[in-house]
Each structure stands twice: as C-alpha cells, then as structure tokens.
Design a protein around this ligand. Structure first.
Ligand code: HEC
Length: 177
C-alpha cells in the first residue's frame, strides 16, 4: 500500500463526518422537558413550580419565552403575573433556562400534546389492531438507506484501491521499459 490510498481513505472518512452529524436527530420536546424542567415541574400538579398543563392557553407565548429565559428580570421589572407567581411559589427563583427558542418551542408543543392525550383519552377500551405500516417516514437510522450506502462506500474504497494498484503497475512497466 502506498501513501495515496491512505490519503484516499482519510478523504472518505472526512466526507463521512458530516453524515454522522446529520444522523443525530434533534432531541424531542419530551426529552428536553425531562432534562431541563422535570426537576421542578410536573404537567398535572404543582411541584417546586406550577403545573404546566394548559400553559399555552394560560399565558401568551412571548410571555412564556421571556419568563423561561429570565424570570427574575421580569419580576424586578414588575410584571404583575410574574410577581404574583413568584410570591405564590414561596419566592423560589426559577433559574434562567439556556434552552434555545427552537428547543423551548418543542418543549411547549410536548406540554400541549401531553395534556391533549390525557383529556381526549377515550374511556372505552378498544382492542388495539396491529397495522402494517404502509408508509414510514425515512429516517437516518433506516437499514435500507445504510445498506446500499455502505456497499457504495466499500465499492468506492475498492475502486480507489484497484486504481492505485493499476497506477503502480503502469509505473513499474514504465520503469522496466
Ligand atoms: C429549579 C426549579 C425550576 C426549573 C428547573 C424550571 N422551573 Fe419553571 N418555574 C419554577 C418556579 C419556582 C416557578 C414559579 C415562579 C417563580 O417562583 O419565579 C416557575 C414558573 C414557570 C412558568 C410560569 C408558570 C405559569 O403558571 O405561568 C413557566 C412557563 C415555566 N416555569 C416553565 C419552565 C420550563 C419550560 C422549564 C424547563 C426548560 C422550567 N420552567 C424549569 C421553577 C423551575
């Protein structure tokens, strides 16, 4: 093997890095809620902070975003709702959350949907019918995507390897001539 093939392999490896990064799916609202908020908030009952079920209808979203990212600033500025809440919850300071707007959006969507499932749950039990999934959204973890992809990469490596061998061979014949 010569240095060329190592370079080729390195190049391929570098191309695969962004693919691996893309494959990482964004954390779901539920997961974000569990890691950032669950210590103090439950959906249905007050914990350290208020129950968050129905928060999307109770407050407007601009207020929620501002409060989650900087509740103390709002309280100091004299926002009536924030001050009332603060006093109601024993003046426990809710730490400023470092979630991005996008992540908070997903957390709120999760709170909304989790609340909806509870309220809409049908009290009459119906048998669960297993259904063959006719259409599934493509995922980066899909076997049928990665199979041909892996074969493709292997073929590419093999091709490059064959090319270097051919190249070496042709150079040797030139030297021998
Ligand atoms: C360390 C505990 C703590 C954590 C962690 C925390 N909160 Fe809070 N939260 C509170 C407290 C306490 C209040 C009540 C207001 C106050 O005391 O300032 C509150 C109030 C709120 C309110 C206003 C509720 C209402 O009824 O208007 C929202 C919205 C909220 N939190 C969302 C979140 C979200 C979203 C997260 C996670 C990203 C989170 N909180 C993480 C303690 C916490």
């Amino acid at each position: 093997m010569n240095a060329g093939i190592y370079k080729a392999l390195l190049l391929i490896a570098l191309f695969l890095v962004p693919v691996a990064v893309l494959a990482e799916e964004p954390a779901s609202g539920e997961k974000l809620f569990k890691t950032n908020c669950k210590a103090c908030h439950n959906l249905n009952q007050p914990l350290v902070g208020p129950a968050l079920k129905g928060i999307n209808t109770r407050r407007d979203s601009a207020w929620i975003y501002q409060f989650v990212k900087g509740s103390q600033a709002m309280i100091e500025a004299g926002d009536a709702t924030a001050v009332t809440l603060f006093n109601q919850y024993n003046q426990v300071i809710m730490p400023n959350q470092t979630v991005t707007d996008d992540e908070l959006g997903r957390i709120l969507a999760y709170i909304e949907s989790a609340g909806a499932t509870k309220a809409d749950a049908n009290p009459i039990q119906r048998p669960v019918v297993e259904q063959w999934p006719l259409v599934k959204p493509m995922k980066f973890t899909d076997f049928f995507f990665w199979m041909p992809f892996t074969i493709g990469v292997l073929a590419l490596i093999f091709m490059l390897y064959a090319m270097t061998i051919l190249y070496d061979a042709s150079r040797e014949t030139k030297v021998n001539e």
